[in-house]
Design a protein around this ligand. Structure first.
Ligand code: SF4
Ligand code: SF4
Length: 108
């Protein structure tokens, strides 16, 4: 068994280079949890309607992002999190739309 899969199966945190607890690279993952800020309260785990997360076996450890492809981008996990900056929702590029006002060319 590969070591990252072993870590997940044993409930250990899989930290990538950005210090995030993710099962995949951030580019492919809409949810990023910053282990340094996360207190492991699991409020995001409980609020997510598609059960995208798994609680960490280690008490106080950040949840594991197990099924990033199931995310609805509803933002409930971010709103529910009591720790500012502990969890980030990254919308797909095609959803990051800017509206440009015709007269002034201002972006919104
Ligand atoms: S944005 Fe919504 S669907 Fe996606 S992980 Fe958070 S709570 Fe779950
Ligand atoms: S709600 Fe925030 S602090 Fe609590 S486990 Fe989720 S990311 Fe960590």
């Amino acid at each position: 068994m590969k070591s990252s899969a072993k870590n997940i199966s044993e409930g250990r945190v899989n930290l990538n280079k950005a210090g995030c607890s993710t099962a995949e690279a951030p580019a492919a993952n809409p949810i990023v949890i910053y282990a340094a800020k996360c207190t492991g309260c699991n409020r995001c785990v409980n609020i997510c309607q598609v059960d995208l997360f798994l609680p960490n076996d280690v008490k106080g450890g950040p949840p594991l992002v197990m099924y990033p492809g199931e995310c609805w981008y509803c933002g409930c996990c971010v709103v529910e999190c009591p720790e500012e900056g502990a969890i980030e929702l990254r919308h797909p590029l095609m959803n990051r739309v800017y509206w440009v006002e015709k007269e002034s060319l201002r972006n919104y």
